[in-house]
Design a protein around this ligand. Structure first.
Ligand SMILES: NC(=O)c1ccc[n+]([C@@H]2O[C@H](COP(=O)([O-])OP(=O)(O)OC[C@H]3O[C@@H](n4cnc5c(N)ncnc54)[C@H](OP(=O)(O)O)[C@@H]3O)[C@@H](O)[C@H]2O)c1
Length: 353
């Protein structure tokens, strides 16, 4: 690793935010990518306020350590294996969630992310950044839709919270990045910009998905009570930058981008405030977007202006359905949940014989 290691900054806004949080007793919150960084802060913070935490992580020692850390604090936490680089793993995770949490999920936080990785295809054929950061989250959200609707029916509302980035700004969304063209999307050669364009497209996809989901809920499942929200953390000293460097981000341009981020980055606790606000603030409305104000300026979670792009949202929705093999978004999860209920009924019947 070439980037200078900046000591983690002190949190400046986190404590005040936590003071303002409502009790989360009786709520179930599922979070992707909570082995470290903003996801782990969110899991810990919501768990301390009484929420039941479902940790959607790919299997690893890090995942196990994070689970033990939360349990060690007395938090009601469980691990559900979910590797966002594999659609099959997302399907398995959604099935487990339907079996274990039929009463519903109050929040699905699509937080996990990778940044600036080499031009590589996943086993499913998609760009590793786009599949991890967006496509698998799109699939997961569709498959657990009935669980969100169930929690909303029980508690008045439920929320999907996506995690974007200041890096979303740049080129409009291109269908190429959502197609099965992994490994053919700009390469890693001079000047090394391809990996950053791929990251930009995946983080733009997070915001466009939020707005597209908001619109599709209003049109196809009005009155469901499920809100679609987005946050971005601002430059945050989370360890994400070192992972980019370790994955081959050693060119001058890579190092410059990572150095510039870390130089102004705030503490990971402050980086989680957008997510926490979108997930927990009682006042939020569907379609809202939270993050630090200004370009690259660390600070508290502010409500940001909407950045709607109707064409990009349509492109994103259709291309994401095609990539994940779904013929219809809401129906996919409804079918899955019916199948889980039917199979449980059949098992119960056999047990009674
Ligand atoms: N840090 C920043 O400056 C910054 C700025 C803008 C946006 N963001 C966004 O913030 C989010 C959280 O990042 P962070 O800064 O907190 O970084 P982080 O500490 O590296 O956290 C990333 C999380 O994503 C998980 N993850 C990666 N690949 C996965 C996969 N295939 N399946 C399941 N989980 C996977 C990681 O788990 P493993 O331990 O298994 O790898 C980890 O828990 C990301 O979406 C990122 O794009 C960060």
């Amino acid at each position: 690793m070439f980037i200078p290691s900046y000591p983690p900054p002190e949190p400046r806004h986190y404590a005040a935010f936590v003071e303002s949080m409502p009790s989360l007793e009786g709520r179930t919150i599922a979070i992707t990518g909570c082995t470290s960084g903003t996801g782990l802060v969110m899991a810990r913070t919501c768990g301390r306020e009484g929420a039941r935490i479902v940790m959607l992580n790919r299997p690893s020692q890090r995942a196990q350590r994070a689970l033990e850390e939360l349990k060690g604090e007395g938090i009601d936490a469980a691990l559900v294996a979910c590797d966002l680089q594999r659609f099959a793993s997302v399907h398995e995770a959604a099935e487990l969630l339907a079996q274990r949490y039929p009463e519903g999920l109050d929040v699905l936080c699509n937080n996990a992310g990778v940044m600036g990785l080499p031009d590589r295809a996943t086993g499913d054929g998609y760009d590793v950044q786009m599949q991890t950061n967006h496509l698998s989250h799109f699939l997961l959200t569709a498959l657990v839709w009935p669980l969100l609707a169930a929690a909303a029916a029980a508690h008045g509302e439920a929320r999907v919270v996506n995690h974007s980035s200041g890096a979303r700004r740049g080129a409009p969304l291109s269908a190429d990045y959502l197609a099965a063209k992994g490994g053919e999307l700009g390469g890693d050669g001079f000047p090394g910009f391809g990996k950053w364009r791929r990251y930009q497209q995946s983080k733009l996809a997070n915001l466009l998905f939020t707005y597209a989901l908001h619109d599709h809920i209003a049109a196809e499942r009005p009155g469901s009570g499920v809100k679609s929200l987005c946050a971005h953390p601002g430059p945050t000293n989370s360890g994400l930058q070192a992972k980019t460097s370790d994955a081959g981000g050693t060119r001058v341009l890579d190092q410059l981008i990572l150095w510039r981020t870390l130089r102004v980055a705030h503490a990971v606790e402050d980086g989680a405030l957008g997510l926490l606000r979108a997930a927990c603030d009682p006042e939020v409305e569907s379609g809202a977007f939270y993050g630090p104000e200004g370009r690259g300026q660390p600070g508290p979670a502010m409500l940001l202006p909407a950045e709607r792009d109707a064409e990009g949202e349509r492109l994103l929705w259709d291309a994401s359905l095609a990539a994940t093999g779904l013929s219809a978004f809401f129906e996919a999860g409804e079918q899955l949940c019916r199948a889980v209920v039917d199979s449980q009924r059949a098992t119960d019947k056999v047990a009674q014989l």
